[in-house]
Write a protein that binds this ligand. Structure first.
Ligand code: HDE
Length: 723
C-alpha cells in the first residue's frame, strides 16, 4: 500500500490496510451496499407529513448513531495513540529468549497509547495526574504489551485496594465533582489512611505529574518482571523508557491555564510532532537483577511502591522506540486498542508482585465490558501479526470463519490440529518458580517501610522541584475541606521530611502534629495483629539519587519547542527572519502572533504570514517568546495589553524571553522590567533566561541556548511571584 509522506508504514500498518476505508471518489451507500439517492430527507407521507416507519435508510442511520458510544475505560479514559517501530540495539539472548529482543535487524511494529488516569474521556490533558504509557509490540511470536506509567512506583501494594484508590480519586459520587483532579477530600482521606502511598504521592505532587509533552516523559513498567533465556535461566527486570528529548514539565499555574486554552494540548502536540516528521523517540532501558540477588536490597523487589535506585542497578539502554505515524481513526485504533500485561511472549514472565498479579485478571475482564465480548482480540488494532489458531469459537461479533468439524483438543477428525508447541518450538511455558507456602491473606513484613524511598525522592529534587512539591501539596490540601484529613496528611509528610511538612503547614496555617506516631495502616485483616502491619521507619542505603530529579535531564536540543514571535505592522524583517531561520534550523517551531490575523506588513512592505492573533494565542501554549524590532511594530506590541500579558505570563512560568534591542521598551512595560539584568552576556542569559541584543545573529544563538535549558525555575525565588 502507499503511505502518506511522514507516515511510514510497517507490517502492522499493512495488516490494518484491508480494514481501512477511503470514501474519496466513491458513491454513498447503506451498510448493505445500496446506493443512496437522498441523504437529506426522510421518507414522509407528503412533504409536510409524518416520517414513515418504512424508511430503512433513516432507521439504519439513526440506529447506528444511537449505538456509537462504548463505555470509556474505567481508568485511563483520556488518551492519545500513535504507531511506531522498535528495534533492539544488540541481541539480549543471554537474558531473554524473546525474539524481538534477540535480533537487531528486526523492526517490530508497535502501537502506543498515552493517557491520564483519573479524568473522563473528554477531560483536560493537563490534569495533575499520573500518565499511562502503554506499548503494544506486534512481535513475530505474538503481541507483547508493556503497560506502564510515567512514574516508576504505584500508590498501593496489593491489587485488592485498586477499586478503593480509584473510587477515592475519581469525582465524588454524590455530585460528580471534581473532574480530573485529585485535589478533593475523598482522595486525600484515602491517602492519609494508606501510608504505603507516601512514595507515590511524592511523585504525583512533583512536576512529573505535569509533563510538557508525552514526548518528554519517561515510562516505567513499575513491577519487577522476569526475563527467561533459552537455557531457562531467569533474572528480574525493571523496564524503563528514556525520552531522547529529555524529561520536561510545565508549571502548575500554566497547566491550569492550558486546560482552558487548549485541553487537547498533549494530544495536539503528539499529533503535530508526528505530522511534521519530528518523530518522538525513547530508548528502552532495563535494570537486571540476578535471581540469586533477590534479597540483597533493603526493600522488596515485589513491592511496587519501591524503585531500584539507578545507583544500585544501572539502567542499560537496549533499544529504541520511534513513533512515526498517526492513527487513521481515533475510535478504531486508539479507543479500541486493548492492553494487558498478560500479553507476553516467550522469554518474558511475571513475578509474584501482588499488584501485578491482580492486574493479570483485570485487563481482560475490563475489555469484555468495554469492547463488548470475548472477540475483542479480532478488532484490527488488537490482532497479532502472526496467525491465531485455537478451539475458541463463536461469541458476539465473531469475525473468523473457522473451517472444519473439530473445535476441541485432542481430536482426530481435524488431524490433531491445531497442535501444541514445545518450548524449543516457541511454545510458552511459565517459569517454574518453586513455591512452598501456606494460603494466607497477608502482606509481607518486607513491604512495611513506607517512608525511606519517599524521603529519597524528596531529597533528590532540586530546590525549585522541592518548592513545586510543597506548592502542590499546599494546593491539593488547600482544596480539602475536612481539617482532620489535612492534619493527618501533615503527620505523614513530617515522617517524610520535617521541612516539607512545616512548609505545607505554614500554607495551611495549621500546626504539624508533634512527633506523630507512625500512621496506623488501615489495610489490616480483622484477625491480624496490627503490629504486624505497622509502618517501619527505615533509612534506605542512599540519601539521594540523581536520576530522580528532572533538573539532571538532557538539555541539548530545542527540537519541536514552540516559540512565539510578537509582532505587528512595521516589523523589522531582518530581526524577525534571522532569528526565525536559526530557530527553525535547530528544529524549533516558530509562530508569528500579531494583533490581527493573516499577515503583517514589514517596515519594507513585505507581507509576513501571521499564525495567530492575540485572541487565539496564549503564552502558556509556547516554550519561549521573542519580540523583533521595528519602530511601529514595537509601539503596537507595547500598546497591546494581551502582548504585555503574554510576556508577563511567560516570565512567571520561567520561560526564555528575547527581544531585539530596539524592542527593549516592550520588556520595560512588563512587571519584570526591574528584573532585567544589566548585561546580556552568555553567562547572564543562561542564568536568567532573558536575551536582548541589537545583533540578530548573536541574539538567535543565545536564545537557542536559553530555550534548550527549557525553564529558568530559579526565577521563582522568592517562592511566590505576583501574577
Ligand atoms: Fe492499570 N488498568 N491497573 N495500571 N493501566 C487499566 O484496563 C488496573 C496499574 C495502566 O491505554 C484498565 O484497558 C488494576 C499500574 C495503563 O488502554 C484496568 C491495577 C500501572 C492503562 C486496569 C492497575 C497501570 C491501564 C482500564 C492495580 C502502571 C491504560 C482500561 C492492580 C504499571 C491502557 C483497561 C490503555 C488501564 C486495572 C494498576 C497502567 C481496569 C486492577 C501499577 C497505562 O484493567
Amino acid at each position: 500500500m502507499t503511505h502518506q509522506p511522514n507516515q511510514p508504514g510497517n507490517d502492522k500498518i499493512d495488516n490494518l490496510a484491508p480494514h481501512t476505508e477511503q470514501s474519496s471518489g466513491e458513491k454513498m451507500t447503506t451498510n448493505t451496499g445500496l446506493k443512496i439517492s437522498d441523504d437529506n430527507n426522510s421518507l414522509k407521507a407528503g412533504d409536510r407529513g409524518p416520517s414513515l416507519l418504512e424508511d430503512f435508510i433513516l432507521r439504519e442511520k439513526i440506529t447506528h448513531f444511537d449505538h456509537e458510544r462504548i463505555p470509556e475505560r474505567v481508568v485511563h479514559a483520556r488518551g492519545s495513540g500513535a504507531h511506531g517501530v522498535f528495534k533492539v540495539y544488540e541481541s539480549m539472548a543471554h537474558l531473554t529468549k524473546a525474539q524481538f529482543l534477540n535480533d537487531p535487524s528486526l523492526e517490530t511494529p508497535v502501537f502506543v497509547r498515552f493517557s491520564t488516569v483519573a479524568g473522563s474521556r473528554g477531560s483536560t490533558d493537563l490534569a495533575r495526574d499520573v500518565r499511562g504509557f502503554a506499548v503494544k509490540f506486534y512481535t513475530q511470536e505474538g503481541n507483547f504489551d508493556l503497560v506502564g506509567n510515567n512514574m516508576p512506583v504505584f500508590f498501593i501494594q496489593d491489587a485488592i485496594k485498586f477499586p478503593d484508590l480509584i473510587h477515592a480519586v475519581k469525582p465524588e459520587p454524590d455530585n460528580e465533582i471534581p473532574q480530573a483532579a485529585s485535589a478533593h477530600d475523598t482522595f486525600w482521606d484515602f491517602i492519609s489512611l494508606m501510608p504505603e502511598s507516601a512514595h507515590m504521592v511524592m511523585w504525583a505532587m512533583s512536576d512529573r505529574a505535569l509533563p510538557r509533552s508525552y514526548r518528554m516523559m519517561e515510562g516505567f513498567g513499575v513491577h519487577t518482571f522476569r526475563f527467561v533465556n533459552a537455557e531457562g535461566v531467569s533474572s528480574f527486570v525493571k523496564f524503563h523508557w528514556k525520552p531522547l528529548l529529555g524529561v520536561h514539565s510545565v508549571a502548575w499555574d500554566e497547566a491550569q491555564n492550558i486546560s482552558g486554552k487548549d485541553p487537547d494540548f498533549h494530544r495536539r502536540d503528539l499529533w503535530d510532532a508526528i505530522e511534521s516528521g519530528h518523530f518522538p523517540e525513547w530508548e528502552l532501558g532495563v535494570q537486571i537483577v540476578a535471581e540469586e540477588d533477590e534479597f540483597k536490597f533493603d526493600f522488596d523487589l515485589l513491592d511496587s511502591t519501591k524503585i531500584i535506585p539507578e545507583e544500585l542497578v544501572p539502567v542499560q539502554r537496549i533499544g529504541k522506540l520511534t513513533l512515526n505515524r498517526n492513527p487513521d481513526n481515533f475510535f478504531a485504533e486508539t479507543e479500541q486498542v486493548a492492553f494487558h500485561l498478560g500479553h507476553v511472549v516467550p522469554g518474558i514472565d511475571f513475578t509474584n508482585d501482588p499488584l501485578l498479579q491482580g492486574r493479570l485478571f483485570s485487563y481482560t475482564d475490563t475489555q469484555l465490558l468495554r469492547l463488548g465480548g470475548p472477540n475483542f482480540q479480532e478488532i484490527p488494532i488488537n490482532r497479532p501479526l502472526n496467525t491465531v489458531h485455537n478451539n475458541q469459537r463463536d461469541g458476539h461479533m465473531r469475525q473468523m470463519i473457522n473451517k472444519g468439524k473439530a473445535s476441541y483438543h485432542p481430536n482426530s477428525l481435524g488431524g490433531g490440529y491445531p497442535e501444541q508447541s514445545k518450548s524449543s518450538e516457541g511454545g510458552f511455558s511459565s517459569y517454574p518458580e518453586r513455591i512452598e507456602a501456606r494460603k494466607v491473606r497477608a502482606r509481607s513484613k518486607s513491604f512495611m517501610d513506607h517512608f525511606s524511598q519517599a524521603r529519597l525522592f524528596f531529597n533528590s529534587q532540586s530546590e525549585p522541584e522541592k518548592n513545586h512539591i510543597i506548592d502542590a501539596l499546599s494546593f491539593e490540601l488547600g482544596k480539602v475541606k475536612t481539617v482532620a484529613i489535612r492534619e493527618r496528611m501533615l503527620g505523614i509528610l513530617s515522617l517524610i521530611d520535617k521541612n516539607l511538612a512545616a512548609e505545607v503547614a505554614f500554607a495551611l496555617r495549621i500546626p504539624v502534629p508533634q512527633d506523630p506516631a507512625l500512621p496506623v495502616n488501615h489495610s489490616v485483616p480483622a484477625d491480624a495483629d496490627p503490629a504486624d502491619y505497622d509502618s517501619v521507619m527505615a533509612e534506605g542505603s542512599l540519601t539521594s539519587s540523581e536520576a530522580l530529579s528532572m533538573a539532571n535531564t538532557i538539555k541539548d536540543s530545542i527540537q519541536t519547542r514552540k516559540v512565539a514571535f510578537l509582532a505587528a505592522d512595521g516589523v523589522d524583517e531582518e530581526s524577525l527572519q534571522i532569528v526565525k531561520s536559526k530557530l527553525e534550523a535547530e528544529g524549533a517551531v516558530v509562530e508569528v502572533i500579531a494583533p490581527r490575523l493573516n499577515f503583517i506588513l514589514s517596515a519594507d512592505n513585505t507581507e509576513i504570514p501571521v499564525d495567530h492573533s492575540f485572541l487565539t494565542a496564549a503564552s502558556v501554549l509556547y516554550d519561549a517568546v521573542y519580540v523583533p524590532g521595528g519602530t511601529n511594530s514595537v509601539a503596537a506590541v507595547e500598546a497591546e495589553a494581551d502582548a504585555v500579558h503574554f510576556l508577563n505570563e511567560a516570565f512567571k512560568h520561567c520561560k526564555p524571553i528575547a527581544a531585539h534591542a530596539s524592542a527593549l521598551q516592550v520588556l520595560e512595560s512588563t512587571y519584570f522590567a526591574k528584573k532585567l539584568p544589566a548585561d546580556f552576556s552568555e553567562d547572564t542569559v543562561l542564568r536568567e533566561g532573558l536575551v536582548v541584543s541589537d545583533d540578530s545573529a548573536t541574539l538567535a544563538d543565545l536564545f537557542t541556548k536559553a530555550i534548550a535549558q527549557h525553564r529558568f525555575w530559579e526565577r521563582e525565588k522568592p517562592r511566590k511571584i505576583p501574577a
